[in-house]
Every structure is written in C-alpha cells, then in structure tokens.
Ligand binder design. Sequence first.
Ligand code: ADP
Length: 476
Amino acid sequence: MPNRDVALSQVVSGTAAVATPGALVLGALVLWGGLEPVAALLGFGPLVAALALLTRHQLAILQAVRGYGEDLVGGSAEPPAAARRYGIARDLVAALTKLHRWGRDQIDELRALVETRESVLDSVPDPLLTLDQNGRIVRANLSARLLLGKLLDGRDLSSVLRNPVILDAVAAVLAGGSARVVDLSLSDPVERDFSVGVQPLPMRAPDGTTALLAMHDVTSLRRAEQMRADFVANASHELRTPLASLVGFIETLRGPARDDEDARDRFLGIMQEQATRMGRLVADLLSLSRIELNEHLPPTQAVALDTILATLAATFELQAARRKVRLQVDCPASLPRVVADEDELAQLFQNLIDNALKYGRPGSVVRIAATRPARLPAGFPRAPHGAVAVAVADEGDGIEREHLPRLTERFYRVDPARSKQAGGTGLGLAIVKHIVSRHRGALTIESEVGRGSTFTVFLPAAAAARPGARVAEAGG
Ligand code: ADP
C-alpha cells in the first residue's frame, strides 16, 4: 500500500511556493528603508507558519482523494472523510466514482462480449484456430481441442499439425498473402478428410491474433462420393453379367443352335432365369432409391405387426415347404402397434424371412418372435411409448464375426456364389437398414457359426395397445 501521509518536503515546497511573493515584497520594503528588518521578520514568521499549516491541510485532502482513486482501481473504496467536509474534495470524489463506474461497466460489457465470442466459437462444429504473427496458436475452439489435444494455446502450429501443405499456406498468409484453402487428411485415431481454410484477419487483435485457420470435415462428403461411384460401378457390374449371358444365348440361338430344339429349351430356361434376376435387381434398386428418398420423413401410421407377420408367413408357406423349413411366428396381440409404413415393414420382414429361408438349413425352424424388449440397443432413439422388437432367427450356418458390420452394405455378400445361386441381389439387407433408419428404429445382428443367425428389428411403439392374442404358424 503506498504511503498516503503528507511528506515534509511537499509541505516545504508548497509553502515556499505560496510564501515567495510575500517574502519578495517584504525584502523590497526592507531594502528601500520602508520597513525595519526585525519588524519584517516578526511579521513574516507567523505568516509562513500559517501558510505551512494551510498547505499541509490542502495536501492531506488531495492525498485522501488520490488514495480513494487508487483504491477504486484495486476494487472498491470508501470515500474519504474529507469528501463530506470540503466541496472540492466532494466533487473530485464524485467524478472519480463516476469514472470508475463507467470503466467497470465497459469492462463488464467487454467480458460479456468475449465470453459470447468464446461460446460461439466453441459451438462451431468445425475446428478453429487463431494464430499470431509467428504461427503460434492464440486460441483453439472446443472442436479443435477435441481433435488436436487439450493444450493448444501458445503452441507452435507446426508442433500440432505437421503437414507441410498446411504450414506453407499459413506461412504465406502470415507473410501478407491472401486467404487460401488446402486439403488435409488425418489418420489418427480414425481416417478423416478436411478442407482447411487459412485467412488473414483484417485487424491485428490485442492478443496478437493475425490469422484464422478453419478445418471443415469433409469425410462424409468424400465417403458419400466414393460410395456413389462404387454403387454405380457395382450395379452396372451386377446387371452386366446376366445381360452378357442373355446376349450370348441369343447369339447362340440365332447361330449354331438355331435348329437344336433341346438346346433351345435349355437356353430359354437359363435366359428366363437371367431375365428374372435382372428384374429382381432392378426392383431392389428402385426400392432402395425410393426408401432413401423418403428417409428423412418418418412414417406416422400405427401398424399391427401380427397381421403383417401372419400374411408373410402364408406367402412364404410354399418356399418354406420346399426347403422343409418350419416357419414359426409368435406375435402376442397384447403388443402395441408400431409407428410404421405398412408396405415398407412388409418388405423389411419379407427380406429377413427370405434370407432366413435361403441361408437356414433344410429341415430346420425359422422363428419370428415379436416382444417388448427388456433392453434397447445403444443406437435406438428415445421413443415416447417404448419399442417393439421382432427377431427373425434361423438355424443356418451362421456368419463369421468379421462380416457382421458389413452385411448391410450394398452388394456385400459373405459367399457371393451361394447368394447368386439362391437368387440373391445383395441388396436385401441394405433395404432393411434403410427402412429401419426411416422408421427411427434399430437393427441388431447376432450370429454363431454352425448354429444360426438372429436379425432383430427394434421399432418405436405406437400409443395404444390392442387386446387379444394370436400365434400364427406356417410351413412344413
Ligand atoms: P443377398 O441377396 O445376397 O441375400 P442380402 O443383402 O440380403 O443379400 O444379404 C447380404 C449377405 O448377408 C448375404 O449374401 C449373405 O452372405 C449374408 N446373410 C444374410 N442373411 C443371412 C442369414 N440369415 N444367414 C447367413 N447369412 C446371411
């Protein structure tokens, strides 16, 4: 705390300043003989003493006001007692108080502004870094900290992003160049692609910020582009094979086998099979694109599962009988209805049951069971009336674990020859996935090699439950 007592030197110099004109007048009078030196001294002594007391008093008031000002800078302060007694001190104290309040309001406003700016920056999903003239990170938003590490402020950018293209772009901008955009791929912890913009800021901020580096995640965009290209290539390939075989048979029938009746019958049979396969493929492709088109619009109907499952069981009766598979449907009518699109739901279960029959062992059982699940998978969104689960379980060869995450990819097949021989298009589970996604549901796949597979679909339940119970069974 600074010394607020009035120093003797201040009193002396203050008194000297105010007493000097009087001293000069008295000195002149003594010199001209108008005043006795003793009388002059006797008069001047008390005058100087009175002036010294007055000066000290005034200086004490000023010191008190100065102390008040210093205390205000430090936080809060009590106005000095002098401010109550002397008008000038009161005015000075009032002016200081006003100035202090104004300053505090300005600081509060600035602080709020900075906090808002920080939270706005933190809520931006793209990682953002501000850089100073030397390429050091001044500030990193939340997204940048999550991507590049917690302690970024003050670090050299080159120690955080060791990518020569980025560093060159930053160096060029810091050297006065214009904004630029470059591509960046990061592989740790997962592969991600970014489009990185580096731009100079119009004014250098007090914290030294000179440039902004913004990283826009384009991974899903690139992946979607790649998937689209792969999909077109795969679909063309799938269509080209039966088409080539059709063209080949037509040429044979018009040429060497023109008069061979046996060959003609055989070839026409194969041609029909290939044409049917193409038809199935085109139908699945159309379904997929139609479902994808509506995927953002969840269905709103309340659909009873027991009716759909019973109808499907009847439809598959013949196919099941051919493979000597028993199809068992268990759907208690006490279950609530589900929020669904009836046609899409029928297609979903049709694909799952078709697979269970295709890949299940002949003579085994395919069980379709609808229940109120005790637990929901992690991906299932919150539904106001809970969920209904429908499991389609077969007793087939099962699927090895490494294939499970990829089964719902378009044209992904564990055993392509077996799928094609069974008439599969490789799109059935992709359609299932998109229907489930449109229904805001979830799909789980469990499988044990040698024992079989269970595909379970979780769907949001509709509001009201229906009375009565029903168990349908079909096949033989
Ligand atoms: P596909 O038309 O080939 O059956 P899907 O999309 O329906 O196409 O299924 C993709 C792949 O998943 C199939 O080729 C098959 O290898 C595997 N698969 C699907 N369902 C089953 C199942 N119930 N049991 C064993 N494998 C299955």
